[in-house]
Design a protein around this ligand. Structure first.
Ligand code: UD1
Length: 430
């Protein structure tokens, strides 16, 4: 199994191209199930999760054509992928596939909307919390679906004549349930109003793509989304928005090591809250024509308290990376996780590098230390893994991050991007 070896201590200087967002690409790919025409997605990142979802969609009958060559674009690669689902070949999403990636559960929305039925395995537990699917099921039931759970599977059937628009208010904000409800409602009869919807930029990206396919969605990006059902959707061409989590991760890496890096092709508006927090911590951030420039000179890192919240709050997907940064701050910071109940797996591993962190319920108290020292570490989820990479970049000596497959799920060409800016990161295969 591959590992990553980091020799810490180098500043980062140069340009890092930001990839298309994983969390937008996944629901956009799933939207291809809603039409018999071709949905073409540009700027699709090359990630293990994307490849995994392609296999899952293939099982449902989606024909997938990746442009024969990857188009070299200045500093980065982008892929344009064509998804065509002439007919749904199978309305079952089996356990073996869904258990590997939670987002594959989201096929339930389009399958139900287009075919009137879906049998989708419950995704099961996950390292960062229990992550139930009750909100998805309640939302679909509000559209008239009959839901039964049997043998670990959700069996969902639409009423005769298809799903019916209605008003549903989510008791809790969920990104995935908002995606699913929005996709299902596009083909429902009448109007659906989704209240307390997730406002994440990826929800807006999906709504824009669905509208380009002929859907009638308004209000995406606000708390209330309205979907007027249509009888069918057509194909479209859509560009996946830049990855705000990758953007924030590299911004934090630069704040950690010091240096001067331009994050190319990204958009500050996608992560205002996290960038403000980083400014308070001592990074200089300016918007440039090509993206964002992050500078930290030899000045120290200031402690800043954060609380994770749904968008536009501080994202839970940057919590681990920010904690890595705070381990070197000149004082004490508090990091509160409100989205997932068990998303502090990186704490023990950061401690192996010399961090001083204590946990009390949903809050971590991080006492900055003058230096970190390299060690072998391991992480059990994607964002936790990359937080260890960030810590390793600033640690003295060698840090080995085991279980690299987590990084490959969500960070395109991580070591290449960092090394081109002066880092020393090597992939080691056994
Ligand atoms: C998405 C992101 C993930 C991010 C998360 C929160 C993708 C592929 N993944 O995950 O990177 O960390 O948003 O920003 O886009 N919940 C329920 N019942 C449900 C559904 C969710 O209780 O039916 C809970 C979850 O357990 C969690 C909270 O709601 O505590 C938010 O989860 P949700 O927004 O649904 O996360 P995902 O869409 O899975």
């Amino acid at each position: 199994m591959d590992r990553i070896k980091i020799t810490g201590g180098n500043e980062l200087r140069g340009i890092i191209p930001i990839s298309g967002a994983k969390n937008a690409a996944l629901p956009l790919m799933i939207a291809s199930l809603l039409t018999s025409d071709t949905l073409t997605l540009e700027n699709v990142p090359h990630l293990a999760d994307v490849e995994g979802l392609m296999r899952i969609l293939g099982n449902h009958g989606v024909d997938i054509a990746v442009n024969g060559r990857r188009e070299r674009q200045e500093d980065g690669y982008s892929r344009t992928i064509h998804f065509t689902c002439r007919t749904i070949a199978d309305t079952t999403a089996p356990y073996e596939l869904v258990s590997k990636m939670r987002a594959s559960f989201w096929v339930i929305g389009p399958l139900l909307a287009r075919e009137g039925r879906a049998r989708v395995s419950l995704p099961g537990g996950c390292a960062i919390g229990t992550r139930p699917v009750d909100l998805f099921l309640e939302g679909l039931a509000a559209l008239g679906a009959n839901i039964e759970i049997d043998g670990g599977y959700v069996n969902a059937t639409a009423p005769q004549g298809g799903l019916v628009g209605s008003h549903y208010s989510f008791p809790k904000v969920s990104v995935g349930a908002t995606h699913v409800m929005m996709m299902a409602a596009t083909l429902a009869k009448g109007t659906t109003v989704i209240d307390n919807a997730a406002r994440e930029p990826e929800v807006v990206d999906l709504a824009n793509c669905l509208n380009a396919m002929g859907a009638r969605i308004s209000g995406a990006g606000t708390r209330v989304i309205t979907v007027e059902g249509v009888t069918s959707l057509s194909g479209a061409r859509h560009r996946v928005l830049p990855d705000r989590i990758e953007t924030g991760t590299y911004a934090m890496a630069v704040a950690m090591t010091g240096g001067d890096v331009t994050l190319q092709g990204t958009d500050a508006a996608l992560l205002d809250n996290a960038l403000d927090t980083l400014r308070q911590a001592g990074a200089e951030i300016t918007e440039t024509e090509s993206g964002l420039r992050i500078v930290r000179n030899r000045n120290g890192i200031q402690p800043v308290d954060v609380v994770t919240e749904p968008f536009p709050g501080f994202p839970t997907d940057l919590q681990a990376q920010f904690m890595a940064l705070m381990t070197r701050a000149g004082g004490v910071s508090h990091i509160t996780e409100t989205i997932f109940e068990n998303r502090f797996m990186h704490v023990q591993e950061l401690a192996r590098l010399g961090a001083r962190i204590s946990l009390s319920g949903q809050m971590a108290r991080v006492e900055g230390v003058p230096r970190l020292k390299g060690a072998p570490v391991m992480a059990t989820d994607l964002r936790a893994s990359v937080s260890l990479v960030i810590a390793g970049l600033a640690a003295e000596g060698e840090t080995i991050v085991n279980r690299v497959y987590h990084l490959d799920r969500g960070f395109e060409r991580l070591e290449e991007k960092l090394n081109r800016c002066g880092a020393n990161v090597q992939r080691v295969s056994d």
